[in-house]
Write a protein that binds this ligand. Structure first.
Ligand SMILES: *[C@@H]1O[C@H](CO)[C@@H](O)[C@H](O)[C@H]1NC(C)=O
Ligand SMILES: *[C@@H]1O[C@H](CO)[C@@H](O)[C@H](O)[C@H]1NC(C)=O
Ligand SMILES: *[C@@H]1O[C@H](CO)[C@@H](O)[C@H](O)[C@H]1NC(C)=O
Ligand SMILES: *[C@@H]1O[C@H](CO)[C@@H](O)[C@H](O)[C@H]1NC(C)=O
Ligand SMILES: *[C@@H]1O[C@H](CO)[C@@H](O)[C@H](O)[C@H]1NC(C)=O
Ligand SMILES: *[C@@H]1O[C@H](CO)[C@@H](O)[C@H](O)[C@H]1NC(C)=O
Ligand SMILES: *[C@@H]1O[C@H](CO)[C@@H](O)[C@H](O)[C@H]1NC(C)=O
Ligand SMILES: *[C@@H]1O[C@H](CO)[C@@H](O)[C@H](O)[C@H]1NC(C)=O
Length: 360
């Protein structure tokens, strides 16, 4: 594991305890990743989507090995990468669309896990339509149905069920549904939007269970009203409260769904990471986490996407935001550490290492 920075240790003392990350086992089973740009590792490179939801150009990836702009919405590794690294000391799984046309290696690689996440997508099928994104959570699950059939063909139904029951299903989604709703459908009555989210998310998680998923690692929506893009709509420069209220309601809805499903479905377990709570704490107490800027982006501005002619900060590990909406590699690492080993204040009813069965 790479050397940890001093500020990371401060963080661990506050929320994890330094002993927690020492003597842990490694997670051996595959990881399947679903969701949006917070965990996209290159899906959108293969799609005809708007430029705003692509990231396969510099300065994205500037701190990734070989400064490679892989399509991650980050200066380096994203949340999926960091979680998988902590759990298994491996690279996070590749994008489904990067594997699907390489028939010879496809079968071997899908046994290690697959990433279906697509920047701009959401829980509702219409979300991301404004950016020409058509890769909703439902569509991603349809791709997993294909992978499921491919694994079954290779290993038979019993071994497949056994493997999937041990696998981690990592899902980070919901922000784009709220953004789209506020942008396009703000006049509709809020209860209908939240009801639609609730029932659709419920049904999607149930579909994954029916396909064999048992361990769900779910990441909720951050205080999206505090990202640079939305702060510009608050004339005082503060966070956009309306967006944050939806983010909190979304957390409550997600917790409700997961509690319900875990009662109904035998063997279903989950960890729900409260990204709202952890990000709020970091913004309120930035210096304790080694950060010096939590309101403007390192690359680009609140008005412009990061690109190679935009301004770029040099002290990237002191910024919360990489670009107008996405966290830096450093912030993603803080999130992953919290999900991995924190107390129930930030991740409930158990942390990700307990969920994965690698806690000590
Ligand atoms: C895979 O190949 C098919 C047929 O050539 C093509 O239509 C499709 O766009 C390719 N998909 C990807 C993700 O490259
Ligand atoms: C807006 O609302 C309409 C009707 O309720 C719905 O069909 C559409 O998908 C919504 N669009 C977005 C972007 O949420
Ligand atoms: C989105 O995908 C669905 C099938 O999953 C297809 O019917 C629809 O035409 C697609 N829409 C766009 C805009 O590509
Ligand atoms: C994976 O499964 C799909 C659907 O069953 C099938 O069309 C495809 O050929 C399979 N891919 C491989 C590499 O076996
Ligand atoms: C703008 O930010 C301030 C705090 O800085 C907050 O009190 C206010 O409610 C916010 N306004 C909106 C419209 O979200
Ligand atoms: C979410 O739930 C908590 C406690 O369960 C409650 O205090 C809070 O008001 C709820 N927030 C929203 C926005 O529904
Ligand atoms: C790159 O960003 C700069 C400043 O943020 C902006 O003026 C320019 O239009 C962007 N270039 C492209 C190709 O989007
Ligand atoms: C995770 O939670 C368990 C208790 O639920 C705790 O014993 C453990 O120390 C936590 N952290 C890690 C890294 O295992």
């Amino acid at each position: 594991m790479e050397a940890m920075r001093f500020s990371t240790w401060v963080f661990l003392f506050l929320f994890v305890g330094p002993e927690a990350i020492e003597a842990s086992k490694l997670f051996e089973a595959p990881v399947f990743v679903f969701g949006d740009s917070t965990v996209d590792v290159g899906t959108n490179n293969f799609l005809l989507v708007s430029q705003e939801i692509k990231a396969n150009f510099l300065y994205n990836g500037i701190d990734y090995p070989y400064s490679d702009p892989t399509g991650r919405f980050s200066n380096g590794y994203n949340i999926a990468d960091q979680i998988v690294r902590l759990l298994s000391n491996k690279r996070s799984p590749p994008a489904f669309l990067s594997l699907v046309n390489h028939t010879s290696s496809f079968k071997r690689k899908i046994l290690q896990g697959v990433n279906f996440a697509s920047g701009g997508s959401g829980i509702l099928d219409g979300t991301g339509g404004g950016y020409n994104n058509n890769m909703s959570l439902g569509k991603q699950i349809q791709q997993f149905v294909t992978v499921h059939s491919n694994i079954t063909e290779l290993r038979g139904p019993e071994e497949t069920a056994d493997m999937l029951s041990k696998s981690l299903f990592l899902i980070s989604v919901g922000s784009n549904d709220i953004l789209d709703y506020l942008h396009f459908n703000g006049s509709h009555s809020p209860p209908n939007f939240l009801t639609a989210i609730h029932s659709t998310y419920h049904d999607h998680l149930k579909s994954l269970y029916d396909l064999g998923a048992r361990k769900f690692g779910i990441i909720s929506v951050p205080p999206i009203g505090c990202c640079p893009l939305l702060r510009q709509y608050n004339f005082s420069g503060g966070c956009l409260e309306e967006a944050n209220e939806y983010a909190q309601s979304f957390y409550n809805a997600t917790e409700d769904i997961l509690k319900q499903l875990s009662l109904e479905l035998p063997g279903m377990t989950y960890s729900l990471g409260n990204l709202y709570e952890m990000t709020t704490i970091v913004i309120e107490d930035q210096y304790a986490f080694g950060l010096k800027n939590t309101d403007t982006p390192c690359c680009g501005s609140a008005l412009y996407q990061c690109n190679q002619t935009a301004s770029l900060c040099s002290n990237r590990d002191e910024y919360l935001f990489w670009d107008w909406v996405h966290p830096t590699q450093f912030a993603s690492r803080l999130v992953a550490l919290t999900l991995y080993g924190s107390s129930t204040r930030f991740v409930t009813p158990m942390n990700f290492s307990r969920l994965a069965g690698v806690d000590v």
